[in-house]
Ligand binder design. Sequence first.
Ligand SMILES: NC(=O)c1ccc[n+]([C@@H]2O[C@H](COP(=O)([O-])OP(=O)(O)OC[C@H]3O[C@@H](n4cnc5c(N)ncnc54)[C@H](O)[C@@H]3O)[C@@H](O)[C@H]2O)c1
Length: 263
Amino acid sequence: MPELAGKVAIVTGAASGIGRAGARVFAREGATVVIADIDANAGERECRELGPSSAFELTDVRDTAQVQRMVTSTVARFGRIDVLFHNAMNVPLINREDRRATDLPESTWRAIIDLVLTGTFLCCKYVGRQMLAQGSGSIVLTATTDALIGQAGIDGYTAAKGGVVAMTRSLAAGLSPEGVRVNAVCPGFVETPHQAPFLGDPQERRKFEELHLMGVMQPEDIAEFATFLASDRAKRVTGGIFPVDSGYTAFKGLLSLKDSIAR
Ligand SMILES: NC(=O)c1ccc[n+]([C@@H]2O[C@H](COP(=O)([O-])OP(=O)(O)OC[C@H]3O[C@@H](n4cnc5c(N)ncnc54)[C@H](O)[C@@H]3O)[C@@H](O)[C@H]2O)c1
């Protein structure tokens, strides 16, 4: 029996990268999938790929009215919402414009907080209300390892995703007694369209490979774990912050104790 048979899932940011992989794995596992994204062309294309048990909903997660519409039209069409997998992100904004706090323009800071933190809040608020009314649901938020350990030069992103991690715990505490689970996945470096160029230079790729003990992550690695969290197999898993990172946060250096003793 497929893991998500009969479930209705909204995947934000599903036109690309981790969200796209999530939508595909959810569909493979029997879910009806609503692709919610700001990119209409890519979102419609994904929807055609997934077939009739999917729908595209043009959604900017920063906008209350659009998030409300995403929820109401999903419920009107499919009757319920069992899963929210929230990925929406403007990766170029972070890669090009984020800085250490001392160099970060307030306008960039506000843009990052608006997308990452307010976008997450709005999706959780309006999807969460529907799930409370049903008495069940699973919210999976995509955070990052950068919210767990320091990362120089991206203080807007780390602060906003740190807020997502904190909200995961408090939201889980608030909603889970009424049947709604909330968890966060923290990916390491994932080879998505905007991140892949960092791996273009073989020396750079080697550096990333060294930091990720079992190789650089692929979007499907995160999608498979999100599928578990979305499924009833995880029925008592809530408030969890899960690094899915090829071992990236498991160690602080590549020094081998055995080698240093031998020396
Ligand atoms: N790729 C990585 O290395 C990595 C690592 C850790 C965490 N993450 C997190 O994973 C998530 C997905 O990242 P990705 O690399 O797959 O990104 P991506 O750029 O491949 O996909 C992001 C999607 O979000 C959509 N989007 C952008 N702004 C939006 C908005 N306002 N409303 C709705 N949709 C919007 C984009 O159109 C795009 O389809 C993000 O939350 C990111 O922070 C990524």
